[in-house]
Design a protein around this ligand. Sequence first.
Ligand SMILES: Nc1ncnc2c1ncn2[C@@H]1O[C@H](COP(=O)(O)OP(=O)(O)OP(=O)(O)O)[C@@H](O)[C@H]1O
Ligand SMILES: [Mg+2]
Length: 261
Amino acid sequence: MNISTSNLTLGYGDFIVLKDINVTIPKNKVTILVGSNGCGKSTLLKTMARLLKPMSGKVVLGDMDIFQKPSKEIAKELAILTQSPDAPSDLTVFNLVKQGRYPYQSWFNQWSKEDENIVDYALEKTGLSDIRDKKLSELSGGQKQRVWIAMTLAQQTEIILLDEPTNHLDIKYKIEVLDLLKHLNQQENRTIVVVLHDINLACRYADHIIAIKDGKVYAEGDPKEIVTEKLINDVFDINAKIIECPLFKTPMCITYQNLTI
Ligand SMILES: Nc1ncnc2c1ncn2[C@@H]1O[C@H](COP(=O)(O)OP(=O)(O)OP(=O)(O)O)[C@@H](O)[C@H]1O
Ligand SMILES: [Mg+2]
């Protein structure tokens, strides 16, 4: 299913964050949103998941305005992991991940063996099987982050939106999570949209980058084509030398403030 925005203007009260945004998320690809703190990445992602109402314009999922679809229908097509999710801390890992199956339950469609298998799969993929019965209050920041990712996976949607999913993760899990997203994209044809601060990992994992600056899309496209020293300078206000990553052949940015130190 396709997701795109049409003349989308977003903000809070009178404060406009993003103006007139027209983006089409490439289907079955990994898209990564980049930009400085406060530029509007989370605002855009949340609006794409119907968690925020636009000031004007619309988000189109399939051929319908997302606000015209019932939320349970959307939850079968699109899952979102927000930047700072909250959950009751006495909930267990298993019980939180199980919430991902909520869109599939109804009075005639009770919890099934298939739901159980999908939750097991999500726990296994995120390395949580051993701590499935622990309470969230007993977990580290990174473990908690993986529980949220597992819940998103359990929702089994074609489109997955994740806001800084590698927050709190150590370097091994950071790569594991991004590899997992790439795997879901390549093996299961999921459309993935991720907000990521690490520009080098963004260049490695993205098929498509959307760089946001001053309330607008500054540039979008294949990282190999759009990530330049000028883009890094304009978007992040930092100098950069760009070389080719020796392993992945993607752009690698060496950032610096001042060469004279
Ligand atoms: N609930 C809110 N009410 C009012 N203003 C908000 C709200 N949430 C965000 N903003 C403002 O909107 C702008 C965009 O915020 P947003 O969270 O989308 O940025 P971001 O690009 O995700 O930043 P970060 O990289 O720090 O997560 C910021 O100026 C922020 O202060
Ligand atoms: Mg954010």
